[in-house]
Design a protein around this ligand. Sequence first.
Ligand SMILES: Cc1ncc(COP(=O)(O)O)c(C=O)c1O
Length: 389
Amino acid sequence: MGGFDFDTVIKRENTASVKWEQVKQVFGQEDVLPMWVADMDFNPPHQVAEAIRKRLDHEIFGYSFIPDSTGEAIQNWLRSRHGWEINPAWIAYCTGVVPAISTAIQAFTEPGDKVLLQSPVYHPFFHMVEKNGRVVANSPLILEDGRYEIDWEQFEARLKEGAKLYLNCNPHNPGGRVWEKDELVKMADLCAQYGCLFLSDEIHSDLVYKPYVHTPIASLGEKYRDMTITCIAPTKTFNLAGLKASAVIIPNPKLRKSFQDVQAVNGTAALNTFGIIGMEAAYRYGASWLEELLQYLAENIEVAAHFIKERLPVISDMKTEGTYLMWLDCRGFHLTEEELKERLWKKAKLGVEIGSKFGPGGEGFIRMNIACPRETLMDGLSRLEKAFS
Ligand SMILES: Cc1ncc(COP(=O)(O)O)c(C=O)c1O
């Protein structure tokens, strides 16, 4: 391993950590090992805390604006990591990707409109549609040889039925798929044909393992640029969820104005002082840290996949192309949702997500967050074995 330490187990108690300190509420008991909510048990690149500490020393925390340097850091990041040339003027800032999705739903659809998604998928996609009084139009993914594929007939049918906005998750949480260029183009072409806007949630886009490559749909030419809303954030990449900062890239000025008008109405365009500083430092200085993180995560995935293959062969192998979330197909055990909870949460005290939370198609799966030191991972894997023994 290189210069960064991902092996040391860092205690996260007494930091008001959702992942570690809300296990009692979520799993019903105290001593559960949390491998659920998507944050990592690693320190971020040290430059983040250094930049925040420097600002902290000033002690006056008045209203902050987002300086040009932040947009430039994001522009450079997207160019060097993903070959996508953006203009910083295209960025609308938001306190997270979930609030950005909600804002987009309000800006680009009317109550009662249909919003297209593909289950199983990150559960707030459903909630944001429904809580905004819109209707979920679901085109479930198809599982073929442990890999999710798009059901093109269903996808087009939902568009024909009038979906106004499509929520794409790339890379896909929880399925771990990194959508290929051809798939993205075909989806976007169909959306364009039926007048549906394309929202690309790319919050996991920096967490992609070789040989897979992330393609920002908006980087593929003017047609795609003009119909897309792309959400990125330092949240997953650099483990900064608590800083609540995201960037919503909307090249089309009309769409951007609609989005920002909703933000103005709700008073949600400003970011927290530390969110701005942390986001900029991460994108500016985090590249070498990320390279090593990706190596560590890839090894964790390999270790876990090997363990499961050897000790728990009933669980089918799903390839994790991107994200640090492993989606484990436990349908071979023929257990109900309640039985899965009983075995995993109660018997083995392993805090993993039960797949049905991610909508139709998630039943019988579990989602395990492997972004932790190897020691913690091994503890989690032996609990997994215990659950099914
Ligand atoms: C696909 C996806 N989008 C959004 C989020 C959360 O975004 P935020 O915390 O910025 O609202 C997550 C977190 O797990 C996610 O997996």
